[in-house]
Design a protein around this ligand. Structure first.
Ligand SMILES: [Zn+2]
Length: 213
């Protein structure tokens, strides 16, 4: 009986770690599980039209669980941990984001309705607190509900992404931009976004993705 009562109290007062399941009272990710996240190398994984794309880690183990939990399983609090992971990566590698605005890659409104939120908006929010950067969620608009890209070859991907985005400079004051996304596979979506921004004469860009497969 006492054991049950203690467990009940544990359940009420502590949040168990989503990863190791231990009661840690450190939010959804305990310190030890956070420290198990592996940082990727500091060099950009891709350069797209002169824009460096950095990947914080590899999409496996705890990082995969973190992104999936945040994206598909409504573990919104994990945005804090992903933002911290990104922030520490930027800091460790001296990637300068001073005066940058953070622009999360948007979802189309149909997808956002389905998922109820854009997980990268949540990460952008938490990251902005850590680096004292502003966020702009209106600069890039996703105006076409594209079909899943992973089944398509490169040419069909580019076709599908054509006219998928619109740039709205209304709230934009020429700040350098840090685009954030969760994972990049072919880079086709980022390429289309970068092309659109550059066409609008927006040139100071960096991209950071949480993971690369
Ligand atoms: Zn843990």
């Amino acid at each position: 009986m006492l054991k049950i009562l203690i467990q009940l109290l544990d359940w009420i007062y502590y949040k168990n770690c989503y990863f190791c399941k231990k009661a840690a009272n450190e939010g959804l990710m305990c310190k030890s599980c956070f420290e198990k996240l592996d940082y990727n190398f500091s060099m950009p994984i891709k350069i797209i039209h002169d824009v460096p794309v950095y990947a914080v880690g590899i999409y496996e183990n705890n990082l995969k669980k973190l992104i999936r939990g945040l994206k598909y399983h409504k573990k919104k609090d994990l945005a804090v941990n992903l933002a911290k992971f990104i922030y520490l990566f930027l800091d460790k590698n001296n990637i300068d984001i001073k005066n940058h605005i953070i622009v999360p890659v948007p979802l189309h409104k149909n997808r956002q309705k389905q998922r109820k939120y854009n997980h990268m908006d949540l990460v952008a929010n938490e990251l902005s607190k850590l680096c004292s950067c502003k966020i702009n969620t209106t600069l890039i608009k996703r105006i076409k509900d594209t079909k899943p890209l992973y089944k398509l070859n490169r040419i069909d991907r580019m076709k599908e992404l054509k006219d998928a985005f619109e740039i709205d400079k209304l709230n934009y004051n020429n700040e350098p931009i840090l685009i954030i996304d969760d994972i990049t596979t072919s880079g086709a979506t980022l390429e289309e976004i970068i092309k659109n921004l550059q066409t609008q004469n927006i040139k100071f860009l960096k991209v950071i993705v949480s993971a690369t497969p």
